[in-house]
Design a protein around this ligand. Structure first.
Ligand SMILES: Nc1ncnc2c1ncn2[C@@H]1O[C@H](COP(=O)(O)OP(=O)(O)OP(=O)(O)O)[C@@H](O)[C@H]1O
Ligand SMILES: [Mg+2]
Length: 336
């Protein structure tokens, strides 16, 4: 029987793990709930369920911040529990392919390797794959032969903008804009315009339902606390206010794409103009972003079919097909 193998995309919001044994991708919130500073209380989606509702002695947090590991101990715990869940508590040695952002330091990259090594999951082999390469494979791009691919992943804490060519990364930039900033912008606009405090999950729901609401010509009905009276109230937020609020962050993404395009060697630019830009990541689905990027850059935009899972789908292709193994590399012993 083939070795067990896992492909891990540690996102700041969602952790995605491909498992070869059942050929499927698990998607769970990358969150941990700790009780009284020491006991694991909940993890993944169930920790997220409690978020913003839990009492003071239960601390709920994301162990990743801006695409890098901020809380190593809790991240190790999460990886161990998720892998334990996928193997029904019977963790045997396996191969691990972990996706990392490109535009981070070597030390931060190495932390992803050390994480798997130290998570007690009996890793036999740990390979690293640049996220954008996995993303490209996940979107069915022939990354090994294509000469000039512009890929943009809009996630939770981060947006990664990359130029790929012949299986490698030519340029890459990680910026701190994504779904989290979109949610925060919605919260502060509602607070300013309606004197209403809403929770992060409510803001996220407004963002996710924006497209449907616009199509139906309806506003977003939200519940929150009135700043003046302190009482819970219901209000209808016009979608135009939400659109306007998100503009600033959309512009940041578009401006950064343009900067990357300006720095792209002209021979690669030709391919990019021919094929258009590839857009993925959960938050890339927010209403109007794709069309505004297209307008702002003059490029056609190819949207991912499975934007949250595209990196993990790419990792699954690397695990299943030896032709793609060469895009993964080992960083064992590096930087020590
Ligand atoms: N239909 C949707 N419309 C808009 N945003 C969405 C939609 N579905 C999910 N999102 C947003 O996508 C984000 C999560 O996407 P994703 O899983 O790609 O991020 P991540 O990989 O965890 O983050 P990062 O790559 O920054 O580390 C969240 O902000 C979520 O609100
Ligand atoms: Mg991501």
């Amino acid at each position: 029987m083939a070795n067990s193998a896992f492909g891990i995309d540690l996102g700041t919001n969602n952790i995605k793990i491909y498992s070869r044994a059942d050929d499927s991708i698990m998607i769970e919130k990358n969150m941990i709930a700790i009780e009284n500073k020491k006991t694991l209380f909940a993890y993944g989606n169930s920790a997220f369920e409690m978020y913003e509702k839990a009492p003071g002695n239960i601390h709920i947090s994301y162990p990743l911040c801006n695409g890098v590991i901020a809380d190593i101990k809790n991240m190790e715990t999460l990886v161990r529990f998720f892998i334990g869940g996928l193997t029904k508590g019977n963790i045997k040695g396996g191969d691990y392919y972990v996706a990392v952002p490109t535009d981070i330091t070597e030390v931060e990259k190495r932390a992803f390797y050390d994480l798997i090594k130290d998570a007690n999951v009996k890793a036999k082999k740990i390979m690293v794959v640049e996220k954008a390469i996995a993303d490209g494979l996940g979107m069915d791009i022939d990354v090994k032969n294509a000469q000039g691919v512009l890929l943009v992943n809009v996630g939770y804490d981060t947006t990664e903008i990359s130029i790929l060519s012949l299986g490698g990364i030519v340029l890459s930039q990680l910026i701190n804009v994504g779904g989290k900033k979109f949610d925060e912008a919605i919260r502060s606009a509602v607070r300013k315009e309606f004197s209403l405090i809403i929770g992060g999950k409510t803001a996220e729901n407004v963002k996710i339902s924006l497209r449907d609401l616009e199509q139906e010509g309806k506003g977003a009905v939200v519940y929150g606390r009135d700043i003046v009276t302190g009482l819970p109230v219901e209000r209808e937020i016009p979608t135009a206010l939400v659109d306007e609020t998100l503009q600033e962050h959309f512009s940041t993404i578009i401006d950064n794409i343009k900067v990357i395009l300006e720095r792209t060697p002209p021979e690669l630019a030709a391919d990019i103009y021919r094929h258009g830009l590839y857009l993925t990541g959960g938050a890339s689905q927010v209403s109007h972003l794709g069309e505004l990027i297209s307008k702002g850059t003059g490029l056609s935009v190819n949207m991912a079919e499975q934007p949250i899972a595209s990196v993990a789908i790419g990792l699954s292709r690397i695990i299943k097909d030896d032709n793609y193994k060469s895009v993964a590399y080992s960083i064992e012993g590096m930087g020590k």
